[in-house]
Design a protein around this ligand. Structure first.
Ligand code: UT7
Length: 332
């Protein structure tokens, strides 16, 4: 059986920086509240006419491809994770396929929100393990700044979420010391409505109506406390599951990259596991929660800073809407 490794990483964030103080102009919030409750100081907002989810994914992909020493023609399959696709259909994977000179390869969209990147990585790993493909692009890209209202009604989301994209090339590995060791995927659909963007959906005869808009039903909804509570227990659980599956311990981890949902969640997880600061990477301060893009953006930043070394044990973990949660353990 083959195994797979991450051969290249890249990220792109839109140029417009929106600070907490900027948000104060539109809603009843404050820099102090946002910083204390989430750790976020600023985030990026996309530029209409320039940034799209697919184009941002393409920019991140081009960097990942160059770092892997590959051309777009070398890629065998695209996996695109997003909760904010350019269109309801077709998916953003095919829109990425036309952005770069790829061959007429398969393009799959993944719809598991915050865990989308790890689900995508897991799918890529399986396709490579079976020998079906050699080089797979896994992308997470989101435009979320236009889904919430810049108002007090929309502040739950407005203060937390941002726009951005990250991409990795997953490649067949001949080196048993350099590979994805395992991935672990979970869901519990009974909490689907605790973090949801319900309308327009296919359940109503009128998918969209003035009434729905007036009631704010076209806006995302989150039971923040419930999400928080589940996250701080599921993160450690799925991290420990990955270690156990590989007969490794917490002491073996060189770098934990938690999905960037809230700095308080990351810190709580870190405390529960007893990991030192230098072994847990957070960048939510700069970008907010970019959902499927947080983990590949972190990976790319760490790589650029020379903080991912051959042989390092890297753990990725995520929790979010669904609920879904997931982890991946990588021997870098
Ligand atoms: O990727 C996964 C997706 N999401 C998450 O993981 C988010 C998980 N949840 C969270 O991060 C937190 O629950 C939040 C950051 C969303 C909220 O933090 P919290 O500590 O749970 O605050 P809260 O909702 O309990 O609200 C505390 C207070 C309330 O006022 P009172 O009732 O104490 O007077 C809110 O009305 O803060 C008020 N509040 C705000 N104030 C200023 C709520 N949102 C805001 C805001 N700005 N944006």
């Amino acid at each position: 059986m083959y195994s797979s490794k991450i051969a290249g990483v890249g990220f792109y964030v839109p140029e417009t920086v929106v600070t907490n103080s900027d948000l104060e102009k539109y809603m009843d919030t404050s820099d102090a509240w946002i910083t204390e409750r989430s750790g976020i100081k600023e985030r990026r907002f996309f530029t209409e006419g320039k940034d799209t989810v697919a184009k941002m994914g393409a920019k991140a992909s081009a960097i990942a491809l160059e770092r892997a020493g590959l051309a777009p023609q070398d890629i065998d399959f695209i996996i695109f994770a997003t909760l904010s696709p350019d269109y309801n259909f077709p998916g953003s994977g095919v829109l990425l396929q036309r952005e770069l000179p790829f061959r007429e390869i398969g393009a799959l969209d993944v719809r598991t929100q915050c865990t989308g990147f790890i689900y995508g990585l897991s799918i890529a790993d399986q396709f490579i393990k079976t020998g079906m493909y050699q080089n797979i692009l896994v992308v997470g890209s989101e435009i979320q700044s236009n889904v919430f209202e810049m108002s007090t009604r929309g502040r739950d989301f407005a203060v937390l979420f941002g726009d951005g994209a990250g991409a990795v090339v997953v490649q067949r590995s001949d080196n048993p010391q350099k590979r994805i060791l395992s991935t672990h995927l979970h869901s519990e659909g009974k909490y689907a409505e605790d973090l949801i963007l319900e309308h327009p959906g296919s359940n109503l005869k009128d998918r969209m109506s003035v009434k729905l808009i007036e009631e704010g039903k076209h806006l995302p909804f989150m039971r923040g406390n419930a999400v928080f509570k589940h996250a701080v227990s599921r993160f450690p659980e799925v991290i420990l599951e990955s270690l156990e599956a590989n007969q490794l311990t917490l002491q073996d981890i060189d770098m934990l990259i938690p999905h960037q949902a809230n700095l308080r969640i990351s810190k709580a997880v870190q405390d529960k596991l007893g990991l030192p600061d230098e072994k847990v990477y957070n960048n939510i301060q700069k970008y907010g929660n970019t959902t499927a893009a947080t983990i590949p953006i972190c990976l790319a930043e760490l790589w650029e800073a020379g903080r991912l070394k051959d042989g390092d044990l890297v753990c990725l973990a995520a929790f979010g809407s669904g609920f879904t949660w997931a982890s991946a353990l990588i021997r870098w």
